[in-house]
Write a protein that binds this ligand. Structure first.
Ligand SMILES: [Mg+2]
Length: 135
């Protein structure tokens, strides 16, 4: 199974406590070290600025280094769904979904691969981790 990770509203700029976000990241790195991909505006069009952005947002350096090694870049332009391998099971963690992206997921019958994280919910990272553990 592949994991797709947004950053803004998911890892950065959400009301989830940082420690919960870090627990989620550590779980992903431990269980999906070869199958995790960035799916964020900080990594698109062949440019990957995720690591800089996470460092600027005060994530622990050792964790950021691990993420830099393990999490793979994607290359997409307009729709994030263009970067998703629809032939593989996946979970895509994001705080937003465009109508066109939703239609694409529906067309492939993979809407259940999308996991919405509410940036206003302080429990969002905790819930996402529970969801992942139960998956
Ligand atoms: Mg976002």
């Amino acid at each position: 199974m592949n994991i797709y990770l947004d950053i803004d509203g998911v890892l950065v700029g959400s009301r989830s406590p940082r420690e919960d976000v870090i627990k989620l990241i550590r779980y992903i790195l431990e269980h999906y070290p070869n199958n995790t991909y960035w799916l964020t505006t900080h990594c698109k069009g062949g440019v990957n600025r995720c690591i800089e952005w996470l460092k600027q947002n005060d994530f622990p350096v050792d964790l950021v280094d691990e993420m830099a090694k393990a999490i793979r870049p994607t290359d997409w332009g307009v729709l994030k769904t263009d970067a998703i391998d629809m032939d593989q099971d996946f979970i895509w963690f994001d705080d937003s979904l465009f109508e066109a992206e939703k239609k694409t997921l529906e067309a492939y019958y993979v809407m259940d691969g999308f996991y919405w994280m509410d940036p206003k919910d302080p429990e969002a990272a905790k819930k996402a981790l529970e969801f992942l553990k139960s998956h």
